[in-house]
Design a protein around this ligand. Structure first.
Ligand SMILES: Nc1nc2c([nH]c(=O)n2[C@@H]2O[C@H](COP(=O)(O)OP(=O)(O)OP(=O)(O)O)[C@@H](O)[C@H]2O)c(=O)[nH]1
Length: 133
């Protein structure tokens, strides 16, 4: 029998960029795969939802932040042992509200990103970030 791998799960990910170039990262809470790892906020796109709508929903749920506008930046597909993901990274410079830890997660504004460990699929993005700061 041929083994068929699961189709990728779409994930909307947002990089909030402050005027000084700092970006916001969050730490995955207990109970999720890769708990303790750092990532850019976001989450899975639900059935029938656009990627931008998923981005807005996840930021409101996780951080109480309203995304006003965001620009699609790049896509990364990655196979983890637990999931095959297709990450849609957006750059966001316009939002309303100060991030709050609504799901108990830590978060940090970073100039040169020093938090670790980062989710594996997110590591290459850190170098590319210099293009958008
Ligand atoms: N938000 C986010 N997810 C990432 C990044 N990099 C990366 O590999 N992922 C992967 O994308 C997936 C996101 O799923 P999630 O579990 O956080 O999403 P969710 O909040 O909708 O999940 P849940 O409702 O099942 O708890 C995970 O498999 C995670 O490992 C990143 O920078 N940010």
């Amino acid at each position: 029998m041929t083994e068929v791998s699961a189709p990728p799960v779409d994930v909307a990910v947002g990089i909030l960029v402050r005027p000084n170039g700092d970006v916001l990262l969050g730490q995955r809470p207990e109970g999720k795969p890769y708990a303790g790892y750092w990532e850019f906020p976001g989450g899975k796109v639900e059935r029938g939802e656009s990627i931008f709508a998923a981005l807005q929903r996840e930021f409101m749920e996780e951080l109480g932040v309203e995304i006003i506008s965001a620009e699609a930046w790049c896509g990364v597909q990655y196979q983890y042992p637990h999931a095959n993901v297709r990450l849609h990274f957006y750059i966001c410079r316009e939002w309303r509200g100060e991030p709050q830890s609504l799901e108990g997660q830590a978060f940090a504004w970073q100039g040169s990103v020093a938090v670790s460990p980062l989710l594996e699929a997110t590591v290459p993005l850190i170098e590319w970030l210099d293009q958008v700061r």
